[in-house]
Design a protein around this ligand. Structure first.
Ligand code: IPE
Ligand code: IPE
Ligand code: MG
Length: 248
């Protein structure tokens, strides 16, 4: 059931959308609220965007929820963000499971409280056979950390240097088996990658909007997908149109 009919042709829907959900703090500040209120509003919005992804036919959704650098925030905020993850799993797991969402985690679990680690692992286990939408939650995730770990494991496995290829590296990343993101959305207008999927984003298309994450609604999501549908992805080559002209 689609509330807002999508104008994006089905074949142009990105298979994998990744989102840097940014601007919760500024959203709260604008309203004279504590930053955590912004994170809560952001979480409400996430629920809407997950639902819209299912409806629009996106197959993989990766969301950046907590970076390896976010530990540097005030302890109260860090604690609040941990609590929010726990609360989201408690409150949303059943519904997500019913909708056919498969939960996955990318990043390091070790530094989280044991009870939270358990909760995440349990949610992954419960939803592992779902296939309507693969939802990768990047929590305590850092792109450099991911690559460093991959290199360490490649060395440990005794892989001969000549066997280290682009493809092999991909197999050592958290995202093994997941196609690279077609579209990366960043809210709140920041023009930087902030350590998100730095390997996988080699040829992703970017959509940056000044809208703060809690306000990034379905309309704007659809607009992002529409913009993507008109992009000419060249991968370093020339467009098919240009090729015809050259050959003429
Ligand atoms: C994004 O919002 C959420 C996290 C990084 C956890 P921010 O908290 O970064 O919001 P701003 O950028 O300060 O507005
Ligand atoms: C990126 O946002 C991390 C998440 C959205 C989880 P930040 O707000 O942490 O990024 P910077 O500090 O502005 O680069
Ligand atoms: Mg931010």
């Amino acid at each position: 059931m689609t509330e807002t009919p999508s104008t994006v042709p089905l074949e142009k829907i990105p298979q994998h959308v990744a989102i840097i959900m940014d601007g919760n703090g500024r959203w709260a500040l604008q309203r004279g609220l504590p930053r955590l209120a912004g994170h809560k509003a952001g979480t409400e919005n996430l629920r809407r965007v997950i639902r819209a992804s299912v409806e629009l036919g996106v197959k993989y959704l990766t969301i950046y929820a907590f970076s390896t650098e976010n530990w540097g925030r005030p302890p109260e905020e860090v604690k609040g963000l941990m609590y929010i993850l726990e609360d989201v799993i408690d409150r949303e797991l059943n519904e997500l499971h019913k909708e056919g969402v498969q939960l996955r985690h990318i990043g390091r679990l070790e530094r989280l409280a044991p009870s939270l680690q358990e909760k995440v692992l349990d949610a992954i286990e419960v939803t592992k056979n779902n296939s309507r939408l693969i939802l990768n939650i990047a929590f305590n995730y850092g792109g450099r950390d991911e690559i460093v770990q991959a290199i360490q494991r490649i060395i440990k496995d005794g892989v001969p240097p000549e066997n280290v290829t682009d493809k092999l590296v991909g197999q050592y990343l958290y995202t093994v088996g997941v196609p690279d993101p077609d579209l990366i959305i960043r809210t709140s207008g920041e023009l930087r990658v902030s350590n998100f999927l730095i390997w996988q984003a080699a040829y992703s298309e970017w959509y940056i909007t000044p809208t703060f994450w809690p306000d990034f609604d379905k309309e704007e999501y659809r607009r992002a997908l529409e913009t993507f549908a008109h992009r000419d992805r060249r991968y370093g080559k020339v467009t098919s149109g240009e090729l015809q002209e050259t050959n003429a």
